[in-house]
Design a protein around this ligand. Sequence first.
Ligand SMILES: [Zn+2]
Length: 460
Amino acid sequence: MSTSVADKRRNGLRLKAVVDREKSKVIFIEADSDFVDVLLSFLTIPIGTAITLAQKQLVSTGMGCVINVHTSVKNMDLQYLHFQSEAGKIMLLSPCTEAASYCEKLKLKIDNADHTEKVFCCSGSESDCTRGTYKLLSPYKDVLCKCGSPMNLEMFLKKSLSEQHMGGFVNEKTKFLVTDELQVIPLSTAANLSLSAKHGVTDDSFIEEIVFDVRANEILKLLFCSVVTNSPLTEILMKHIDVPPLNCLSLRDEKIFFKSAKAVKSTTDREGNNITVKLMFSKYKNIVCYAEANKDFVNLLFSFLTVPLNYMAKNLSDVSFRGCIHHLYKSAQDLGERFFKSQSHKSIPVNPCLPYGFSYGSDLLGIGKASHPIYYYAYNSNIIYPGGYYVEPLLTNDKSLICSSRYEGSVPLKVIGSTSDNTFSNGNDGGIVSVPTTMFIVTDSLTISLPVLACPFSRN
Ligand SMILES: [Zn+2]
């Protein structure tokens, strides 16, 4: 069998699949590092980002009721949240992650948000606020600076040399086999024969090689299929189906998130306090109508949007779970370090980590936190350099890149929304909800709102 694989195409990837023509099923794909890097990037995507991407590209997610949590954030009035503007909600709905630097050079990107090279500074008072007053930068456009002006002064981030060569996860020269269940195995004749035997392929006449050109939209569908089916490659490449629905998770099911958090009706936050939820239960229908919950429970639900898919894949393989993304996770875990570019390139898809600036749920869910690197803003107050040309300010995370003869000075900047910036932590709980005493209504399908809007039949 030929081993040339994944011929790169502009805006797409060319994949060579070995299929069982009789069963119309993909047995495996011969893949190079480009496709495997794209698959491993799935593991690093926060649930909120996945839903945002699907909604932008009109792709069905099949992800059940967590979509209602996402919609609830979009619909909630700002007065109940720590965000200062609607633009700030993007910090939760499509958060910036440590993995972004590893994913920015993927051959096929499903997320075009560039949180890694393009950042934003305060547009107020020229550069005074950035270098003198609040000293903030933002990966997200139009969020409000503490001075009240929008952060929309676009700046290019000059990265450290090591970061400039960070892209992708696995070694470029290695070839892999990817099964229909998203197991990733280094290519070898033995692996090839073993997979054929496992799938009962005894007659070569049923086997066929088919070349597929896949584009970003199909890769996005593949992502969601990996969460809800056991044969995503067959579904997308052979059947061209949209993503099948996942039954709506609910407060009754307690299957996905609650079980993984080992916490249900009365759980414990990071200070050891109980989070209690009052359930309104219909004895007649034997269902939960809705729950009354305070900000702790709502913060917990909102924090699900920040949880990356590798957390689900790592923790949910032992519960009834229709998808196969845990096979992808296990493959990343089992692949030897020699197949990766470095130890950190293996660690990013394997070790779940919250996006930058988020900590809520970290202790409860047992998931790591990420800290932004320190960024430096180098400036020259003589706008016109003595030589007669304009000196652009420089933004970098590597102080050694600042040429002292060119710039008058430099200041470290804090990232807005980060733990050190304190944007989310007015109450010092790291949560999103800003009102300590308001009770929220949480429906059985995880729609969160205020009592007057959600529950016209509630008690007076
Ligand atoms: Zn400002």
